[in-house]
Design a protein around this ligand. Sequence first.
Ligand code: NAD
Length: 380
Amino acid sequence: MSILKESSIDQDFALLDKISEHEQVVFCNDKNTGLRAIIAIHNTTLGPALGGCRMQPYKNLDEALNDVLRLSKGMSYKCAAADVDFGGGKAVIIGDPLTDKTPELFRAFGQFVDSLGGRFYTGTDMGTTMDDFIHAKKETKHIVGVPEAFGGSGDSSIPTAAGVLGGIRATNQMLFGKDDLSGVTYAIQGLGKVGFKVAEALLEEGANLYVTDINESSVMKIQEKAQTTRGSVTVVEGNDIYSQEADVFIPCALGGIVNDDTIDKFKVKAIAGSANNQLLSEQHGERLTQKGILFAPDYIINSGGLIQVADELYGANKERVLLKTKEIYSVILRVYKEAELNQITTMNAANKICEKVIENRGKRNSFYSPSTKPKWDIRN
Ligand code: NAD
């Protein structure tokens, strides 16, 4: 009897240990709609938590919990790097996005978000769409990234692409001592919403590009675009993109593209693109450093979209967003310089800078709460 009791106490603490880096983890259950979700708030030192909501058919609770804990912590770093006065949060809905979505399910999710009283703002992520959050927004004002017609700020790929271009300029500055986009060769993987805009801008600057996309129409469109510019496009097939003799590789499609298979293929001097979680593991970041390949931390170079949704809460303003997105250039450059100075990976340098931002702010104003928020804060 006593053994059983002790082991159940151990398990309870195991869960608390697991969430010990987080301020708050909320398990949401709504029998009528079938909603099962977890909201994780990692750190609100910089402001209320902000992070998207994923929907995925997780195999079990542990998988969903691990995902939401990892992603919400990542958002604390991303918000710190982007200087947006938000903390890190994330939500996951356990379910199949193809079969389990209903308007009522998202309204129920919206109610749970509302119950946090402004400590957590959310919007779309993998498996959820802007339309889903139109339903959630009927229950709470703490939703970002809905269509412009519903008060949102629209296509986030515009500032994301602008931020990537700023990050590439910083990369060129570090590599070649000049931050022009021209005179450099690039290999772009993915010509979707972000990659296409980046490719177009580089062509306008007269750059030579190697490109690949599984979608042939995007490839054709960029070839047509090249005809009207001083730049050039060479189309390569699938995985051949990793071994091109370019200066900078720009991943704008998939995560995990720096892995055991690709690392020996790279002939580039740097990797700087929008894809999330480009390093399969921390160790792959170290191997890039050993190879002398500069790596622009993805969560910083792709933060233009975050800057845009964060800005919605002050009344969306595209000009302000683009101005703030320009700061990505200096943040990336600072990361490169600190990594070089301290002989560490750029990812480690980025993380240290972000941790310092949170620590310093915490000394002044350590805990965000809607009831103690400053008077100028109009977010609620
Ligand atoms: P998207 O879906 O519009 O574009 C992705 C493109 O990659 C598509 O054209 C697709 O055909 C192509 N693609 C998929 N698999 C490929 C493969 N194996 N080889 C070559 N091409 C392939 O997405 P997006 O909005 O342009 O985002 C691109 C990346 O940037 C994603 O990883 C996304 O998570 C990340 N990101 C986007 C934003 C944003 O604001 N859109 C913000 C931050 C991060």
